[in-house]
Each structure stands twice: as C-alpha cells, then as structure tokens.
Ligand binder design. Structure first.
Ligand code: RAM
Length: 532
C-alpha cells in the first residue's frame, strides 16, 4: 500500500541564520579511488539463492571482447558509494555503429538476477540503479555522472556491430563519504560474529555519511529525522563527527512549516527544502537528538537555539490529544511511522512515543532552566501514562492493545516500555511475557528492532539483547550483508513495503545501530563471555 503524505496547506518558514550555520558546517567529502577486485559469474546455491559461481582476476578484463548480449560482472569487494569511470575500447575493425550498453549496479548479488523491467511497485522505477548508454566513439572514457551505491557492476552489451567488439580496459570508482573507515578502531571482541556485525554497522554508517546523514545512498538519498536520531547515536560511539550532527539539527530547525512543524525529511538539492511530509513520531523525537547532541558536546548555543523547536514539537503533539487524552487512530495513513509492516496499528504506540518524547523535553528544559515547562510537562506526563494504561492495557492478556481492533503487536509493547508507563519491574515482566506470547504482528525494520533492543536493555535483559543482536543483524551478515539493510524480516526475507525487494535499500542508516549498542553497553568482557 502506498505510504505518502501530501499536505494541502504547506507554508515553509526558513530561519536564514540557522541555515547559514548549517551551510558553514557542510563537510568536505573525502575521496578514495577503488578498483574492482575481480570478475565474477553467478550461480545458485541449494536454497536457490544467487551466489558467486566463479571468479577471474581483474587483469583478464581488458582482454575480453564483448559482443551482442555478452556481459561481465565486476566485484568491487564491498559496498561503496561513489562515481564510476569506464575506460572503453574495441577489438576488430573500426567501430561502424555505436556500442549500446546496459549497466546495472547492485548492492546484493540477487539484484543481478531480477528482471527489473517487471517492477510494478508504488515507488518510482527511477530508483533502480541501471543505465542504457550509447557510446559513439571508441576508444573513449565513460565517466558516469550519477552517484551509485553498490558492490557489483554488470556491464552488458546490448549491441556493437558485426565488425567489432567492446573491451573494457579498466574500471574505477571514486568513493565518497564525510568520514574514513580507518577513523574507527575495530571492536574489541573475541566473538567473530559480533566483530563482523560491528564492522558492517560501521560501513553502513560510513556510506550513509555524506553531505548530511543520508537514510540510504541508493534510496531515498535524503535526510529523515528518525534515521538521523539513530545514526547520530551510532556516530557518537564511532566516527564522532559532531559537526555533521549539528548541521543536520540546524537544517531541520531552519526549515519548519505550518507554525513550527518539523518535516519528516529534508531534500538537499538544488537547495535544502523540507518535504511536505509530517511524521508525528519523527517530529517528536527531534528533542532526543538535541539532548544527545548537547550531552555529547556541551554546545550551549545550539541548545538555546534549538530548544524552542524541540518544545514546539511536543506542543504540536499534545494538540492532537482528544479530551480523553489519547491520540486518534491514524493507522493506515503515513502519519505516525513506528515500523513498516502491513496492518500495524500505531494508535497506542503514538501515545507512548509522545510520553517518551516528553521525558527528553523535560531533560532539555532542565538544562535550560525552564521551570514553568518542567511543571507543565511533568503533570502532563502523569496524565498521559495513566491514560495509556486506562485505554490500552488489557489486564486479561497482560499486554497493551491498540486501536478499535485491539491489536497486539511487538511495537506497541516496546514503545510502552520505552515510555516507562509502568515501573521497571513491571516493564520487565511485560517484555518477557511478550517474548513468550510472540505477537503475530512482528517488527520488520531494523529501526523497530533497535527500539526492541533498547527496551531489553531498559529491562536489564542484557544477555538477551546481545543474543537478539546476534540473531537479527548476525543473520543478515550470514546472508551476505556488506552493509545492513533497510528491511529484514527473518520470517519473510523477500518482504518489501514498496511492492518489490528490488526497491529496498541494502545500505540503510537506521540499520547501523549494533555499533552503538555493542560499543556503549557491552565491553570486552561481556562480548567474550557470550561467545560460548
Ligand atoms: C523510508 C526510508 C526512511 C524512513 C522512512 C519512514 O522512505 O526507509 O529511512 O525513515 O521510510
């Protein structure tokens, strides 16, 4: 089902001072020249999944003569983001027709086996990383203007002519990122799986750190608030690029609309603009990004500039409350994100996220010394906790339910725990009971699983949190992830919110948080211990 938001009334308010601060913090992009490692051919394993059948050394590439329908696949060794240049030539008579090429960039091997022309989902086909190119003159250098996110490049010759064949003398990639991988020391763990999970997380974050924290360098190539929050947290434990977080906070803060609302995401080009998409939960979580940033940096000026924006989101959130202190049920609309997944009812979670966001706003207000706000929000927090229990707690099932259908989902329980609606011991019982019951409405995005891990830690379930990181992100590593994916449902590996897995992003910001958990909460001792 398409999930879009188009606001009728959309009046952007630009704060030029904030935008100037953001502009001045634009990072230089660091470049690295990368050559492919080898040439590969594809096969299938016993499960029917695409795998590498054979490899040839790179120095065999220039000698290959590619004629009509021939193709070659280059493996760049791991996932990268950047610009590709091909040095092309020919063998045979002087080219008497253009070389007509099809180029396909893939983050995962299985993308190379899908016929993209069959894609009929609701997101634009424009996101598919493929090109049809005519090359009129040979030899020549083909410098592709578009930025790609990929590990594999397939070059297929649609046609040359009967008199000549194409050769690829060399291929190169100018990889870009705001940071360098070697800025981060490897995780100190004797558990090779955890070390790999951390490494893949770091690479995911690295590849998403461009002129802003992008959500996915293949798609959507923009900055989403919810993703930014998790990326910033992982960044504090790894690359520690504080200026990039600051720039992103000021970009959002400098581009509000309709009396102070924050956009769900921001486009960067041709100039920074907010999308006309409001996501209730994402906007509320801005305060938590600001608090984390302030506690990391002590940047008082930023706190004072951006505190009113964070507070405004809480007041906008509160304005949606009914007289009975619940948020009306918007499930089915792209209004409160929570998680991808068909049929998730978000009503109860939206109230929980409001309560959670108020806790962060209170801590911000405390730093600012805004006592009137502290009093007002403390009272409101109690009213809302009581309302959450009254409306959504089902004493018989010992679980929270959501919406008129009284749906039981993992997401609702997790957010109620993070909102601290119950004292810690009761939250602990609730998470264990949820694990026992295994609600049918599961978590499908790493974004939601991040919050589940957070809830486990809140309940003192550290061992289990580590086990879940191993199980969820570890399974992606075992499934061949070089960078972590936008969506991973171990129960349905082909799940896509977009109508085809071809449009899923396989290097996605919100999936990079194992590094945050492993480095912040689990020292060397714990990760060793769990290796058994
Ligand atoms: C998708 C992207 C993005 C996410 C939004 C809600 O477009 O995956 O990362 O934040 O949905």
């Amino acid at each position: 089902m398409p999930a879009i938001c188009i606001l009728d009334k959309f009046e952007v308010e630009k704060n030029e001072r904030f935008l100037k601060i953001a502009e001045d913090l634009t990072p230089p992009l660091l470049e690295e020249m990368i050559a492919p490692e080898s040439l590969i051919t594809l096969g299938h394993n016993i499960k029917g999944e695409a795998c590498i059948d054979s490899r040839k050394p790179l120095d065999t590439l220039p000698g290959l003569m590619l004629k009509k329908d021939d193709s070659v696949i280059l493996d760049f060794g791991t996932h990268h983001v950047g610009y590709v240049t091909l040095d092309l030539s020919f063998l045979g008579s002087h080219p008497d027709a253009p070389a007509y090429l099809y180029l396909r960039f893939a983050q995962r091997l299985d993308e190379l086996t899908v016929d993209m022309s069959n894609y009929e989902g609701w997101l634009s086909k424009g996101w598919i990383q493929e090109e049809y190119v005519h090359v009129d003159v040979l030899p020549s250098t083909l410098a592709l203007p578009r930025r790609y996110a990929f590990r594999y490049l397939e070059i297929r010759v649609i046609d040359t002519s009967l008199k000549y064949g194409l050769t690829v003398r060399s291929a190169s990639l100018r990889a870009v990122s705001a940071v360098k991988m070697d800025q981060v020391a490897p995780l100190q763990s004797f558990d090779p799986l955890l070390a790999s999970i951390d490494q893949v997380s770091c690479r995911t974050l690295h590849d998403c750190m461009q002129l802003v924290f992008e959500d996915g360098p293949k798609r959507d190539r923009r900055m989403w608030l919810g993703d930014l929050r998790l990326q910033a947290r992982a960044n504090y434990e790894t690359f520690r690029n504080m200026d990039l977080v600051k720039r992103c906070l000021y970009l959002f803060g400098g581009l509000t609309f309709n009396d102070g609302m924050l956009a769900g995401c921001i486009f960067l080009e041709p100039e920074a603009e907010p999308d006309d998409t409001y996501l209730f939960d994402y906007a509320l979580l801005y305060g938590s990004i600001l608090l984390d940033y302030y506690e990391q940096t002590n940047d008082r000026a930023a706190l004072e500039d951006l505190y009113p924006i964070a507070l405004r989101q809480i007041d906008i959130g509160l304005s949606y409350l009914t007289e009975d202190h619940v948020i009306p049920d918007h499930s089915g609309d792209f209004w409160c994100f929570v998680d991808w997944g068909d049929g998730l009812n978000t009503q109860a979670a939206s109230l929980a996220i409001l309560i959670y966001a108020i806790r962060y706003a209170l801590r911000l207000a405390d730093h600012i010394g805004d006592n009137a706000t502290i009093r007002r929000l403390q009272e409101m927090q109690e009213v809302l906790k009581e309302s959450a229990i009254r409306h959504f707690w089902d004493e018989e099932q010992k679980l929270f339910v959501s919406g008129a259908e009284k749906q039981v989902s993992w997401a609702t329980q997790v957010w109620m725990i993070l909102a601290r609606v119950f004292p810690q011991d009761k939250c602990h019982e609730l998470i264990l009971h949820t694990i026992d019951v295994e609600p049918r409405i599961r978590m499908v995005s790493p974004y939601m699983v991040h919050h589940y891990i957070d809830a486990l830690l809140r309940c003192g379930e550290e061992e289990r949190a580590l086990q879940e990181i191993r199980r969820y992100w570890g399974e992606m590593v075992q499934d061949g992830a070089d960078t972590f994916w936008e969506l991973y449902n171990p129960y349905n590996k082909n799940e896509s919110p977009y109508g085809s897995v071809a449009l899923n992003s396989f290097c996605h910001a919100w999936s990079c948080t194992p590094s945050y958990f492993l480095r912040k909460f689990f020292g060397r001792k714990k990760t060793e211990h769990n290796n058994s």
